[in-house]
Design a protein around this ligand. Structure first.
Ligand code: GRF
Length: 204
């Protein structure tokens, strides 16, 4: 299986997945990291780890979302990340994926969201949880479907919210769990242990 990771920024999940592939012997080939921003910090990290990197600048891109995604798909395919033999990880990729991309890579694109879905979708999920007054939040790895943050759940981790938590302190504790469950989800898929039945996944 060939892995493509899509990023927009910091890239800590990307870095952690790439390092886990080595250290935990996850049977997947880290084929390419693609960013929609030239200034994404994650690009340098990936480069230093010896992974191929590509940028398709989304700012000022002339064309539709589907046109942009066509470019992403052609790069993925160039590195062997095909719907048949690939997995795409969204790791802080701050763009919505077109229905065409989702359809072509059905159950082959996964994402991490810093809340317990279906709660607190979209941006600033940690802040949303704090402002709501939730006692628990966490993170979710899920398959990507046509809507935002709605696809079948693969793994979730719970994080208790403290009374004195700030957005920063909560985000930090959630990130720690993200770094645990995202590589674990990649590992399960790489070992062909995840089955999807409608909204549900079964881990074998
Ligand atoms: C993470 O909190 C992730 O859950 C969300 O975006 C953030 C990306 O951080 N989707 P990083 O780029 O992986 O460090």
């Amino acid at each position: 299986l060939n892995l493509g990771i899509l990023i927009s920024g910091r890239g800590s999940n990307m870095e952690n997945i790439l390092k886990s592939i080595k250290s935990k012997k996850i049977p997947i080939n880290p084929a390419v990291v693609i960013s929609n921003r030239t200034d994404a910090r994650g690009l340098k990290i990936a480069g230093n780890l010896g992974i191929n990197t590509e940028v398709i600048e989304s700012k000022g891109f002339e064309g539709s979302r589907a046109d942009y995604d066509k470019k992403i798909i052609s790069i993925l395919k160039k590195y062997g990340v095909t719907p048949e033999n690939g997995l795409v990880c969204l790791a802080g990729f701050m763009r919505i994926i077109s229905p065409q991309f989702v359809k072509e890579y059905k159950n082959r694109i996964i994402n991490i969201h810093p809340a317990l879905l279906p709660s607190f979708t979209g941006l600033n999920a940690q802040k949303q949880a704090l402002e709501y007054g939730a006692k628990y939040s966490g993170c979710t790895v899920h398959f990507v479907d046509a809507e935002m943050d709605t696809g079948p759940v693969i793994i979730q981790a719970v994080v208790k919210i403290k009374e004195n938590d700030t957005e920063e302190s909560l985000s930090k504790r959630i990130l720690k769990e993200e770094h645990r469950i995202y590589p674990e989800a990649v590992n399960l898929i790489a070992r062909n242990k995840v089955r999807v039945f409608g909204r549900k996944t079964i881990i074998t």
